[in-house]
Design a protein around this ligand. Structure first.
Ligand code: NAP
Length: 208
């Protein structure tokens, strides 16, 4: 429930393949820092920039995200991208969110490496007119790279003070496929979901 009719809403965009404590902590820190009323997690459906076949399915990533946010009343989840046919463009997501929350201030939250490519996204300048882009850095990240973004995009970027925990979805996928443990990197419910559904090529009989 929003504290005011307008409200400040974070839109946490990511592939979440899988979601982990780095994402959850980043969302909580950003919400505190920017005084957001809530954060809506939006798992991507079919990302334009990725080989879709190599990823867990959209429904599986949605379900893992739902499990991960359960219990935090400031966190919500949206199916806007996972239900949408075709490629998932952030512009379309922001347009849908704007229609749902016409009075709210919108903050699109994502990782710095994603934002560095924003000039290749669909209508990046329009995106910057619709929201503030809250960027979460990786530990040790050099801000100088962000300075290379075109000025009209850079002026809409807010860099979140707390860097991401040093946990990566790629590393988690590699660990699972190698049969290594991933306990304590994500909520136990997500780890159990990965195991139960055999995601990321878990070897038979291996414990994760
Ligand atoms: P990515 O390339 O998989 O991730 C880039 C980096 O950011 C990774 O280090 C990732 O960590 C981290 N990250 C991802 N989401 C994050 C979040 N919400 N908060 C903090 N760190 C995050 O990027 P992606 O996840 O596919 O895409 C990010 C967002 O940009 C999505 O909403 C996507 O739809 C959008 N996007 C839009 C377009 C377009 O409209 N054309 C194009 C590209 C991306 P992990 O690897 O650990 O997750």
């Amino acid at each position: 429930m929003l504290k005011s009719p307008a409200g400040r809403i974070g839109i946490m965009g990511g592939t979440f393949d899988p979601i982990h404590y780095g994402h959850l902590f980043a969302a909580a820190e950003t919400a505190d820092e920017l005084k957001l009323d809530k954060v809506i997690f939006v798992p991507t459906g079919a990302p334009p920039h990725k080989k879709y076949k190599e990823m867990a399915g959209a429904i599986e990533r949605y379900e893992m995200t739902l499990l991960a946010i359960t219990g935090n009343e400031r966190f919500e989840i949206s199916r806007t991208e996972t239900d949408r046919l075709g490629l998932s463009y952030t512009l379309d997501t922001l347009t849908a969110m704007r229609a749902m929350y016409p009075q709210s201030e919108l903050f699109f939250i994502t990782g710095v490496d994603a934002i560095l490519d924003i000039d290749k996204w669909k209508n990046p300048f329009e995106i910057t007119l619709m929201c503030t882009i809250a960027v979460v850095k990786r530990p040790g990240y050099d801000n100088a790279r962000l300075c290379k973004l075109p000025g009209e995009i850079r002026s809409s970027v807010y860099v979140v003070g707390t860097p991401m925990l040093d946990i990566s979805a790629t590393d988690i996928r590699h660990r699972v496929s190698a049969g290594r443990g991933v306990r304590y990197l994500m909520p136990e419910s997500v780890r159990a979901y990965i195991e139960k559904n055999g995601l990321y090529s878990i070897m038979d009989g291996e414990s994760i």
